[in-house]
Design a protein around this ligand. Sequence first.
Ligand code: PEP
Length: 252
Amino acid sequence: MAERPFIVGNWKMHGTRAMLSEARAIDRAAQRYMKVEVAVAPPFTLIHAVHREVEQIAVGAQDCHTAEAGAHTGDISASMVADAGAKFVILGHSERRENHAEDNAEVRAKSEAALEAGLNLIICCGESAETRDKGKAEQYVTAQLRASLPQIDNAGERLTVAYEPIWAIGTGNTATPEDVAAMHATIRGLLTETYGEEASASIRILYGGSVKPENAKELMALPDVDGALVGGASLSADSFMGIALAAAEVAE
Ligand code: PEP
């Protein structure tokens, strides 16, 4: 576990202004767990409002465009989300890869645009059930990540990686502790090869896929698991902060 674990809520396409009270509750609770870095990525429409409501937690975006500005109806640039108060952006989530046909080259291009705009990155990777059943999960994730990661000098400060097996997202299924540990070790190896040992040691690798307060402690205690990317359970301050508490206990 990293010195300061990172617990990030991905609200996906959930939330209107009614969710601001939940953001405030998360922010208040986060002040009790200063050893843990807590953040939320609300939909674009709430980034600025959440940013204005919170003091302790960081706010991020769930995507950005590769271009700075232009004729891209419906798209949002990295500098726009930064201007709204985002400090980081989640890129390459499997739902974007699937629903918007994003490939690794696009994830890398988006990450370069985000870095240019001053945003930190959470780059997602993860295999399908079919790939895992074929025994090719680690090979697949290595290739996916290798092609998605940007060239960057200070990766230790700007980059987080999230391993999210697709079959575990929103299903209630989590990967076995052995599989999570093996995949995180593989990812650590790739980060070391790409950015060098010192930077790699500072890059947090999050696990994502049906993380809940009930299973968080076991997952957070695994080697090279430095936090969690949380979907469903991040929509309520109680369950989300139950996960932050688990991370705080493991970090102690
Ligand atoms: C996610 O989509 O990033 C995620 C981990 O979702 P859930 O926690 O709901 O599985």
